[in-house]
Unconditional design. Structure first.
Length: 315
C-alpha cells in the first residue's frame, strides 16, 4: 500500500481469479503491474487534459463527427454496460474486467491519435476527452475510490465528491464501430510488424500499404498516419503488405522526420515549449532538408552548420 497505493492493491484483488474462489499468485509484481498499466496511464491522460482544459467552453455539446471520438464513446458505453451487469449480479470480477483494456485504448490509441487535434484547438476532441474522463471516474469509483476522486475533482475543477454522483448510464454503444476499429488496429499491428521485420522505421514514409480487408474509407487516414504511407490499396484476397521501394522524395521526407525527432528531443531537454523560436545547428549534409516550409513548421529562425544536431533558444 505504501509503495503503490491502496487502489492498486484493491484493484489487483478485484480483477484476479480469487474473486471466483480460485488461487492467485498475489505479490508485489501483480500490484506493480496494476499501478503502472492502469493508474499511471490514466493519470498521464488526466495530466494531458489539464494542459488544455482552459479551452473547454460548451460543456453540453458532446456531438462529434470524428471517428475516434465516436469510437472512444462507444468503448466507454461498453465498459459502463459490463460494470453495471457485474455489480447487479454481484460479480465484482466481471464489473471491473473491461477497465484495464479501456485504459489502454484511451491512452495508447485514442489520446495518441488525437493529441495533435487537441493541441491544434479541436474543441470537440477536448470535450470528448473531458466527458470520457468524467464518466470513467464514476465507473472506477467502487474499484479505485481514491483515483476516481482525484480524477473527478481535477477534471471538473470542483471540491464535490465523485462518490456522491449518480452512476453513469449506458449510452453511445455501437458494436459495429468497435468491431471495425478493432479490425483497423489488427491491420496496423500487422503492418508495423512488417516494418520491424524489414528494419524500416516508421519515420520513413512509404508509398503504399496493401490491406486484406475491405475497410471503410473513413478509416484509411488513421491507417495511413499510423503506418506512415501515402496510399491504401485494398486486396481482400491477398495479405497485408507494404511497398518498400523508396524514391528520392520519400527518402528526403524520411530524413526530415528523423531530423525533426532529433530537434524535438533537444527542445525537450532544454524545457522549451512549442512556441519558442530556436537556432538549429545541423550537419552540412542536412542543410538541404531545411526548406522554408520546414523551418516555419519547426519555429527555426536561424541555421548553423556543425558536427552534430543542436538547438539553442532565441532569447
Amino acid at each position: 500500500v505504501e509503495r503503490y497505493g491502496a487502489d492498486s492493491v484493491r484493484f489487483a484483488l478485484m480483477n484476479s481469479p480469487v474473486m471466483s474462489g480460485e488461487s492467485v499468485a498475489f505479490g508485489d509484481d501483480l500490484v506493480e503491474e496494476v499501478y503502472k498499466k492502469n493508474i499511471q496511464r490514466i493519470e498521464n491522460v488526466v495530466d494531458f487534459y489539464k494542459m488544455y482544459s482552459q479551452e473547454v467552453e460548451d460543456e453540453n455539446n458532446i456531438g462529434s463527427d470524428n471517428i475516434l471520438d465516436k469510437w472512444i464513446l462507444a468503448r466507454l458505453g461498453e465498459v459502463i454496460k459490463t460494470s453495471i451487469d457485474g455489480y447487479e449480479n454481484y460479480r465484482l470480477d466481471i464489473a471491473v474486467s473491461k477497465i484495464p483494456l479501456f485504459i489502454d485504448d484511451l491512452s495508447t490509441w485514442y489520446l495518441r491519435r488525437s493529441r495533435d487535434r487537441i493541441k491544434e484547438g479541436d474543441k470537440k476532441a477536448l470535450f470528448t476527452l473531458k466527458y470520457v474522463l468524467n464518466e470513467f471516474s464514476k465507473v472506477i469509483a467502487p474499484a479505485m475510490p481514491f483515483l476516481a476522486e482525484r480524477i473527478y475533482k481535477e477534471v471538473n475543477n470542483t471540491e464535490d465528491s465523485v462518490h456522491l454522483q449518480s452512476y453513469p448510464k449506458q449510452e453511445f454503444i455501437d458494436e459495429v464501430l468497435v468491431s471495425e476499429m478493432s479490425a483497423v488496429r489488427d491491420i496496423v499491428t500487422d503492418l508495423l510488424m512488417l516494418r520491424q521485420k524489414n528494419n524500416v522505421p516508421v519515420r520513413q514514409p512509404l508509398l503504399s500499404a496493401t490491406i486484406n480487408r475491405n475497410i471503410d474509407q473513413k478509416y484509411h487516414n488513421l491507417i495511413q498516419e499510423e503506418i506512415n504511407v501515402k496510399n491504401i490499396i485494398i486486396n481482400d484476397k491477398g495479405t497485408n503488405d507494404l511497398d518498400f521501394n523508396l524514391n528520392e522524395e520519400l527518402i528526403t521526407e524520411g530524413k526530415q522526420r528523423e531530423l525533426s525527432r532529433q530537434i524535438k528531443d533537444k527542445r525537450k531537454e532544454l524545457g522549451l515549449v512549442a512556441e519558442d523560436y530556436i537556432v538549429v545547428t545541423v550537419k552540412n549534409e542536412q542543410i538541404e532538408l531545411l526548406d522554408e516550409e520546414y523551418k516555419t513548421s519547426m519555429n527555426i529562425k536561424e541555421v548553423k552548420v556543425g558536427e552534430s544536431v543542436n538547438v539553442d533558444k532565441i532569447l
